[in-house]
Ligand binder design. Structure first.
Ligand SMILES: *Cc1c(COP(=O)(O)O)cnc(C)c1O
Length: 496
């Protein structure tokens, strides 16, 4: 019997990986957790010589034990192929005293491609394995990045449809163009007359509508979600941290067993969570294969100028608040478990005062993490400094990570080798990057694509194919609807 998954609420156990991927969330509302900690069975000297795809297989097979070798390799090969503009898939660039792990070489030039390129294949394989004969309908509300990355992943994958809702006037011009030019007969994009919260609420309501679920089922459809709770999204994100460590070894940048830091610009904490899993989960039980790393995270909410006071971490709550991390602690670190009552009172304190006080138990757990932020001005300054000193260009998310890392290093003197997760191509945010390196004058009188071209000229870096593609691509999606018409729109699209 391979690794099985159990609901954190106790309602389900013995669930195979493929069922967990198909279901997303357990029926009792809990999250799926592996019943035991998988062991990496390949030494790092061997991993050091592996391609991204080979590494992905070695890591993912530990978690998805009911997939045959052929099934898993086929998913990996279909995900990490020519959609990526480099064979390395996630190259590691050395610049300015750190190693930038570039997670933006996929079809939407941001890191969500790393997981969303493979999730559709894991899902359809899971459906086949479990004889689920219904067409899978992915519904997603997006504020820009996730929707496009999910569509790019699911486009033309047999047995799936994807419908994305985004707030009209609530996403950037490039993001909107990226979505509205999306190819694939199974993709639909709808602009809603409302904000992101309206879109998200609408999607949640559709998911929670039992009558609609039955209607869908009799028409041969079942809803699924591509959100970050799905283990099919989390597991592929563990891969690139293992890959990065192996590459550092291969390039003799570090020695066997040398401890490294990982810095991740964060939003919903899915990416840093994967780093944490890479450290704790896959490798915990075999210390000689342990991935010796310290996770550093920083927040991309750089706009609020938050204070860090003794014992008060206003911007750290989501790390321990992420349901998976809570459950990780509850399942594997019971002695350090925070009772849910105290969890609730902390969330209340947070809502009322905008911050909460960290208890000793939480402090111990969080010793794995260091948090920080950068203001917009600090972010721009660091993007400019890195570019001027080294010629390396980073986007605004990665800029925050770089700024926080510099501050951390200055404060602590920690000289450990450090991997910074570089989550988007500078061309995804060319306005802000351009402004950072050449001032706001450089934007005057230039439209979206003129800024892109100027950025390329100024920095001597090529415009990514993903941007070139949308420059002249025909708009294929024109749907719009009111927030109260989302369900109706879904039915229309599916023809039911
Ligand atoms: C989504 C996203 C993030 C945040 O990732 P989380 O997993 O939500 O923490 C960071 N940078 C970019 C460019 C993103 O698209």
């Amino acid at each position: 019997m391979g690794l099985t998954y159990q609901s954190t609420r106790g309602g389900e156990s013995g669930v195979t990986a493929s069922m967990a991927i198909l279901q997303g969330l357990a029926k009792d509302g809990g999250l799926f957790m592996p019943a035991e900690i998988p062991k990496l069975d390949v030494p790092f000297e061997v991993l050091a010589g592996m391609t991204y795809q080979e590494t992905a297989y070695e890591v993912m097979k530990l978690f998805l034990t009911d997939f045959t070798e052929e099934e898993l390799k086929s998913c990996i090969d279909r995900a990490y192929d020519g959609k990526f503009d480099t064979e390395e898939i996630a190259p590691l660039a050395k610049a300015d005293g750190a190693y930038y792990l570039e997670l933006y070489h996929g079809s939407t030039i941001a890191f969500k491609d790393m997981a969303l390129s493979i999730l559709p294949h894991l899902m359809t394989t899971s459906a086949r394995k479990n004889k689920a004969d219904k067409e899978i309908v992915i519904l997603t509300a997006t504020s820009g990045d996730t929707g496009k990355a999910a569509m790019a992943g699911f486009a033309d994958v047999p047995g799936t449809r994807i419908i994305v809702f985004y707030p009209k006037n609530g996403v950037s011009k490039v993001q909107e163009l990226q979505m509205r030019t999306q190819k694939g007969d199974n993709t639909s994009v709808v602009a809603i007359h409302g904000n992101f919260d309206d879109a998200q609420t609408g999607v949640k309501n559709i998911f929670g509508n039992r009558a609609l679920e039955e209607e869908m089922a009799s028409a041969g459809f079942q809803f699924s979600s591509a959100n970050s709770i799905n283990i099919g999204r989390l597991v592929p994100q563990v891969v690139y941290y293992v890959y990065a460590y192996a590459k550092l070894l291969a390039n003799q940048e570090i020695g066997q067993g040398e401890e490294i830091n990982v810095v991740v610009p964060t939003g919903n904490f899915g990416n840093i969570l994967a780093a944490y899993f890479a450290k704790k989960w896959a490798f915990l039980s075999r210390p000689w294969y342990a991935l010796p790393m310290t996770t550093r995270y920083c927040t991309i909410f750089c706009y609020r100028n938050l204070r860090q006071e003794a014992g008060i971490y206003p911007y750290q709550f989501p790390v321990h608040g992420h349901p998976y991390i809570q459950q990780f602690r509850a399942s594997y670190l019971p002695e350090r478990r925070l009772r849910s009552g105290s969890q609730r009172s902390l969330m209340k304190e947070l809502a009322e005062k905008g911050s909460y006080t960290v208890t000793p138990a939480m402090r111990e757990f969080m010793s794995d993490f260091t948090g920080g932020f950068a203001t917009e001005a600090e972010n721009a300054a660091v993007i400019k400094q890195i570019f001027e000193d080294t010629g390396y260009l980073v986007d605004t998310h990665t800029g925050v990570a770089a700024a926080v890392y510099k501050g951390y290093k200055a404060l602590t003197g920690d000289g450990a080798k450090t991997v910074i997760a570089s989550t988007a191509s500078p061309y995804k945010f060319s306005h802000s990057v351009m402004e950072a390196i050449a001032g706001s004058e450089s934007l005057e009188g230039r439209d979206e694509f003129q800024v892109v071209d100027e950025l390329s000229r100024l920095t001597g870096t090529p415009v990514p194919g993903a941007v070139e593609e949308i420059r002249n691509a025909p708009v294929r999606h024109n749907l719009e609807c009111g927030v109260d018409k989302m369900e109706e729109t879904v039915k229309n699209i599916l023809g039911i």
